[in-house]
Structures are given as C-alpha cells and as structure tokens.
Design a protein around this ligand. Structure first.
Ligand SMILES: Nc1nc2c(ncn2[C@@H]2O[C@H](COP(=O)(O)OP(=O)(O)OP(=O)(O)O)[C@@H](O)[C@H]2O)c(=O)[nH]1
Ligand SMILES: [Mg+2]
Length: 343
C-alpha cells in the first residue's frame, strides 16, 4: 500500500461532472493545463516518475486523467503542481507529448501484452559481450528487427574484446550496413570509448542486451559522476545477475542521452510487420513490387531472388537478402537466447 500523502489542490483537480444527457464526452472536459511545464522522464520507480525540467529533477506522479496511456523513460511530459523539485514535493504528470519513437518488447513471442521499453530514442545500441556471456547472433537479430520496426538506427556494441576476438562474430553482420564499435577492458580503463562517445553524440541512445554484457560498465565510463551498480557473471552458468533493475536516462557530457536498461532474457517480438523490416533495406524494398500479394519474402514465389540475380541490389545483394531472410525468420518462433544452465 502506498501511504497517503497530502498535496495542494489546484484548478486541474476540478472535474466537471457530465450531465446524464450531456452529449459532450467526458474526456473533452479536461483542463488545458496551459501553465504546465515540460520535462523528460529519466527514470521510473514504484509509481514515481523522475523528470528533468529545465536542468533540475522533479519527482512526479501520474494524474488520473492519463488513464491507461503508459509513461516511460524518454517520454516528454507536461507537469503541474509543485515543480520546484524541492525534497518531499510531488508534481503531477497531466499529459504525455507525442512520441517520435517507441521501443516495444513482449516477454516472449506469444505474449499479447506489449511493453513500451523506452520512448523517443533514435538509436538502439545492441550490447553484446564477445565472451562471458557468449554472444548470441539470434538475440542480436531480434534486437535489429525491433530497431527497424521502431524506426531507430541500430548500433552494434561488442564488449569484452579483451576476452575474445570480434572477427568471427562480426562476420554474421557483414551483409548489413550496421555501424559497430568494439570495446575492451584494459588496465587503464575501457578502450573504444572515444568511438562510442562519437556514435552517441547528440542522439538519444538506448542500450539493450543480456544481463552481464557490460551495459552499466559502459554507462559509468561514459557519464562522469555516475555510479551504476555492476555485477559479476556467474562462472558456471554464464549468466549475468540482473544487476540493473530499472531503466535510467543520463545526459552525456557532450550532448545527447544514453539510457541504461536492465538485462533481458530475450527480446519478444509479437506483432511485427515484415514490411517495416524490409523498409530498412531500401536496395531490396524496391524489388518487392513484383511479389505476390501477402508475400512473406521467404518463399519460392518471392520476387527478391530475381531482383538480386538481376544485379539490382549491387554486388552484396545476395548476402543482404540472406541476412534479411534470417531476420524475418528470427522474428518468430520460440526464443530462449540466454545461455542455458549446463545439463
Ligand atoms: N573482461 C571484461 N569484463 C567486463 C567488461 N565490461 C564489463 N565487464 C564486466 O562484466 C560484468 C557485468 O557488467 P555490468 O556492467 O554489470 O553488465 P550489465 O549489462 O549492466 O548487466 P545487467 O545490469 O545485469 O543487465 C562486470 O563484472 C563487469 O566488470 C570488459 O570489457 N571486459
Ligand atoms: Mg546493468
């Protein structure tokens, strides 16, 4: 139970009771909140939303009038009430501004309940350790699908190159135009940070990946003064410990945002439209004009084979088509991509 708390009432608490025969739907009676201040949600914890408003943190609750719309990290929100951010104060979120992107995932592919992980991010950094835990191409593929579906730019971040060579794993992505960065721990810190800083500059980037791949370690190195907890990977099972439990957006010193998220077991992808994925392959998308209606693009009648054979997609067309089909296939099916316990 949340303890009751007192707060000042203001004009936004006034509710107009619609008459029984009134024709105006109740939702139209909402106050306009012209006095609201705009903030950005940086983290959510037990029914409290922390928002950054003009450079200071304001803790807020959601107003009842928001109904069932979710409010997640990255959302831009309108706040009323006490927005001073002074200790013990609580503002109210009365509106969620239109989102430029939403990253969704489900617990698994059959889960009808989609969760919005983060709003308004424009880059998805898929963080994968080259060892400890072992890299999983299937997990990366599924994150790529989620990025394409959300209209976000994917970025591959391969960590722990001090433990294994990246070449073999990178070969899986040769056919895709995905930027990648390799980082490794050295006695002096983390190598590859300058490249990572450059790739994140002025963007809103969300880090996703299995537990233990080093997301929080990177965030600690990128943002001065931040001290996210990091956890060891179990030597026997190869699993991380799910150290981070909530997402947090942190401002990067040179401009831009990085969002650390808790490790996920898998990236469930219910309800993804194959055409969204194909749109991310402009050299191939054009070739689907001759496909039969409702083509899965992974069947004998698919026009893409002829398109590629005709050289329309350039010399790397064959590899790219194979990569596209792998993504389309990995969209469905069961998914337990996290390392399994030894039998
Ligand atoms: N050898 C090596 N270890 C690393 C590297 N980066 C991180 N680690 C270690 O990997 C372990 C897990 O790191 P975290 O940063 O907690 O991983 P995370 O992805 O945030 O994990 P969750 O919060 O559980 O999702 C820690 O013991 C880190 O010290 C690296 O480049 N090389
Ligand atoms: Mg973490």
């Amino acid at each position: 139970m949340t303890p009751p708390f007192s707060r000042d009432y203001d004009e936004s608490d006034v509710r107009v009771r619609p008459s029984r025969r009134g024709s105006r739907p109740r939702t139209k009676d909402r106050p306009a909140h012209d006095d609201a201040r705009i903030g950005q949600v940086t983290t959510v914890d037990r029914g409290r939303w922390t928002c950054l408003v003009d450079g200071h943190e304001v803790v807020a609750m959601r107003a009842r009038e928001l109904g069932r719309t979710s409010t997640v990290v990255g959302d831009r929100v309108a706040l009323v009430g006490d927005t001073s951010g002074a200790p013990g104060t609580l503002a109210r979120i009365v509106r969620v501004e239109p989102r430029t992107s939403v990253l969704r995932r489900t617990a698994d592919d059959t889960d009808p309940y989609e969760r919005v992980v983060v709003a308004n991010a424009d880059q998805l950094a898929i963080v994968t350790a080259l060892a400890d835990p072992e890299p999983r191409a299937r997990m990366v593929d599924r994150c790529l699908v989620a990025a394409y579906d959300a209209g976000m730019t994917p970025l591959l971040v391969l960590t722990k190159a001090d433990l294994a060579d990246p070449a073999e794993f990178l070969a899986n992505y040769a056919g895709l135009d995905i930027a990648h960065i390799v980082t490794r721990r050295t006695p002096g810190g983390i190598d590859g940070l300058d490249e990572l800083h450059a790739a994140l500059h002025d963007r809103m980037t969300v880090l996703v990946g299995h537990s233990g791949v080093g997301k929080s370690t990177l965030v600690n190195a990128l943002v001065p003064g931040v001290d996210r907890a990091t956890g060891h990977v179990n030597a026997v099972t190869g699993r991380g410990r799910h150290t981070s439990t909530s997402a947090i957006a942190l401002a990067l010193p040179g401009g831009g945002w990085v969002i650390d998220t808790p490790g996920v077991r898998s990236f469930g992808l219910a309800h993804i439209d194959p055409d969204h994925i194909i749109d991310a392959f402009p050299d191939l998308a054009e070739g689907t004009a001759d496909c039969p209606r409702g083509c899965s693009h992974d069947e004998p009648e698919c026009a893409l084979d002829a398109w590629v054979a005709g050289g329309h997609a350039g010399p790397s067309g064959t590899v790219r088509l194979a990569s596209l089909r792998r993504l389309l296939r990995n969209r469905g099916g069961s998914d337990d991509t996290e390392p399994r316990e030894p039998e």
